[in-house]
Design a protein around this ligand. Structure first.
Ligand code: IFM
Length: 459
């Protein structure tokens, strides 16, 4: 039976962070506004054939110009926090050198605007829009990029750290490294497995260095990393499929969790990688693993689905394949709706890694929404998705997971990377021709869920 909003809400701690999330390239537009330099996503989206429909982030949600109205919209949802990312090339147009004051000023206004509305800002430092000049100099496979990132993190923490108390260093390093450098379906579009392993190492190194920069320039602020994690399950109850699930977990989850929590790279995955492992490629220098394991205050978890796999010898370096589960429901992205896996995931993270705190920094679903003749957007599947995942999260909390917050992805429909504007994740529908914003039925549900119980100040 579906719980009432009030009974569901009552299952969460009183001081809980409730938010919505976005990222810079996906919503801002203004690709050259106020001296911004090009990012790898500007280049990639303007390369024919890379993004569905030839879409680019040139305008996106035009948030760079409409931010005040968007903050009012966020406020109207009844959340107490907003997670957004800073575009590195707005702050440093070429990824190095002094801050571009005009670019930084945008985020300064945004932070002040949030605080004026009683909303707690959560700042992600890197959500994939690497300055193109740094990519030209080697990108994430190059160690220098990690150091450049730390310099940039110091600038942002220094400028915003008097008001921002929560910084996320890197968003989803698996996606940046694997989809960007191995599969080539995200910017910068390379297909080089070895380079993706080097990129992952330098993203993690950049994270560790940025933790230090935030600690130094925003004393007292909390800092952590956000990983995209999906619990892995065997398709059949056979030793082979169990082993395949462990390989999947090693590749997608433990590869990032283990080094961040001080265990170094998982030996089983290094063995599979052979000459491509970070050690074998010679990218791990003395002190790197200690830097990557810099103590953090929280772990951010982006959870959308789970992975169900079966052993498939010869199928890629992991010898496995993803399985579609008979009878399961799937979102518009073809991702299985699997709320129980959120409970399993959070309990496992609590038990295996004991993070200072856990936050769901993204969770949501895409469906092909349309505006009906009466101006309403009816998206019952998305409402059900949020309800079931929040109930699963409450189960994890009851089971002992120290979860301190939840951010719905996303505030509004936006540029969904290689899928362009085809895939809508918003609580708010955006008409990209007119920029009209319409609260979807799921957005009304989230608002009612939160306001009915009067969300207070986050912990
Ligand atoms: O839109 C993305 C976001 O940028 C990162 N996490 C997954 C979302 C949905 O694909």
């Amino acid at each position: 039976m579906t719980p009432t909003p009030a009974s569901l809400f009552a299952r969460f701690p009183a001081r809980f962070t409730w938010g919505v999330a976005t990222s810079s390239y996906q919503i801002e537009g203004a690709p050259a506004g106020d001296g911004k330099g090009p990012s790898i996503w500007d280049t990639f989206s303007h390369t024919p054939g890379r993004v569905s429909g030839g879409d680019t982030g040139d305008t996106a949600c035009d948030h760079y110009h409409r931010w005040e109205g968007d903050l009012d919209l966020i406020r109207s949802l009844g959340v107490n926090a907003y997670r957004f990312s800073v575009a590195w090339p707005r702050v440093q147009p070429t990824g190095r050198g002094p801050a571009n004051a005009a670019g930084l000023a945008f985020y300064d206004r945004l932070v002040d605007g949030l605080l004026a509305r009683g909303l707690t800002p959560w700042v992600t430092l890197y959500h994939w829009d690497l300055p193109q000049a740094l990519e030209d100099a080697g990108g994430w496979p190059s160690r220098d990029t990690a150091h450049a990132f730390a310099d940039y993190a110091a600038i942002v923490a220094g400028a915003l750290g008097d008001r921002v108390r929560h910084f996320i260093t890197v968003n989803e390093p698996w996606v940046a490294a694997h989809l960007g450098y191995a599969e080539g379906i995200h910017a910068p579009g390379h297909r080089d497995h070895g380079a993706s392993i080097r990129a992952a190492h330098h993203l993690l190194l950049g994270h560790g260095l940025a933790v230090g920069a935030v600690r130094a320039h925003a004393p007292g602020a909390q800092v952590g990393i956000t990983l995209n994690l999906a619990a892995a399950y065997p398709s059949r109850d056979t030793p082979e499929d169990h082993a395949a699930a462990r390989r999947q977990d090693g590749f997608a989850n433990r590869w990032y969790l283990d080094p961040v929590f001080g265990r170094g790279y998982p030996a089983d995955v290094c063995e599979l990688l052979g000459r491509l492992s970070p050690e074998a490629q010679g990218v791990v220098r003395a002190g790197d693993l200690e830097t990557i394991a810099a103590p953090t205050d929280f772990l951010g978890v982006n959870m959308y689905s789970r992975a169900v796999v079966r052993d498939a010898p010869g199928r890629g370096w992991l010898d496995l394949e993803q399985v579609r589960v008979e009878g399961s429901e799937y979102t518009g992205f073809g991702w299985e709706v699997a709320p129980q896996s959120l409970t399993d995931l959070m309990l496992r993270l609590e038990h295996d890694y004991e993070p200072g705190a856990l936050y769901v920094t993204e969770n949501g679903a895409t469906y092909p929404d349309t505006v009906d003749a009466d101006g309403q957007v009816r998206d019952p599947e998305r409402t059900r998705y949020f309800q079931s995942h929040l109930a699963a999260l409450a189960d994890a909390i009851s089971g002992g997971a120290k979860v301190s917050g939840y951010f719905a992805w996303s505030l509004m429909d936006n540029f969904e990377w290689a899928e362009g504007y085809d895939k809508r994740f918003g609580l708010v529908h955006v008409d990209f021709a007119t920029q009209a914003r319409t609260l979807k039925a799921s957005g009304r549900w989230y608002r009612d869920f939160l306001t009915r119980a009067a969300v207070g100040t986050p912990g």
